[in-house]
Ligand binder design. Sequence first.
Ligand SMILES: Cc1ncc(COP(=O)(O)O)c(C=O)c1O
Length: 370
Amino acid sequence: MANYTIPFTDIVGRYSRFRSLFHHALDDVLDHGQFILGKDVELFESRVAKLVGSAHAIGVGNGTDALVLSLKAAGVGPGDEVVTSPMSYLASASAIHLAGGTPVFADVGDDLNLSPIAVREVLSTKTKAILVVHLAGIPAPMEELVEIAKDNGLHLIEDCAQAFGATINGKCVGGFGEFGAVSFHPLKNIGALGDAGLVLTNNANAASWLKQARNHGHKGRDDCSFWSQNTRLDTLQAAFLDIVLDAYSEDIAGRREQVKLYRSLLSQSVNYPLVSTFIEPTYNFFMILVDRRDELIRFLESKGIEAKVHYPTLIHKMSASLPTKPLAGDLRNAEKMTARILSLPLGQHLSGSKIEFICRSIIAFQNADK
Ligand SMILES: Cc1ncc(COP(=O)(O)O)c(C=O)c1O
């Protein structure tokens, strides 16, 4: 394994700044003894709901379950098609399978998110929902997608795993569709010390169904009104997340500043996924678009810089997809972009001079070819 002087991320450094607060939170939980759900989960849920302007926030075990339960709450089941992006982490499509539906992949636009034009092209009589992903923390064109959903009587679910707190005209993602699914995986912008997730919704009935659905379908202690799984947000993780949430605005501001610096230094050298002026991304990672991407990764590696690809394989091409011959429209843009995307290091472990070094290295690679 390469030894990077500039790693892509620094998970130990990121979380160790909260170390003594985490220890206090653990002591609190040990003292009160309510290890399942309880006040820590409720407090975190209400803080999140308030922060993103959602009526309800329901903590669950992870982001994938947040998607699965959102799809089920929307009534997705066998025979239903759900239009989604092939350019995402595989969980946005696996969740559709797990809910019993069938993903239908539509092409992406220049922002690398679902293209409204492409979505219209793949609608069928079986389409039940659209599952939109805000890739890398850049919000998708929700105004158009909401309109498509309304025009066609479809449910709209937002995969906010990489975009917690990102806004369009000041409104947070997760509030445009009926459900917003959030992941608090440690590598997300706000992360737990393990797995955690949450569903956002403004629908009170759906919220109470989701609370039951995350907890075996329990209706009171000794009954359940439907069969369901156990995917409760872990109490200890909620207590930890409550601490991480305090630093969230500052962290995002820091990431945005780093992106600004990257973009000013690379302005003549690379392209980017489109970011419209009225959106504020959260940059779960910072993507550039380059030619000869794989050669550049190796070159950066030789300089001690770790860069990654999110994601090198489109979901409809994954081994699990192949036997069922996935349904898809023309995915030309997704195919083209996947060969060019590259994510650069971002986060508190990076000083301005390290970003300058990364940019100088990229420019040197490109100039060497001229
Ligand atoms: C876009 C996207 N959707 C869904 C998930 C699934 O979240 P989790 O890992 O918490 O299940 C992730 C992250 O892992 C993701 O990046």
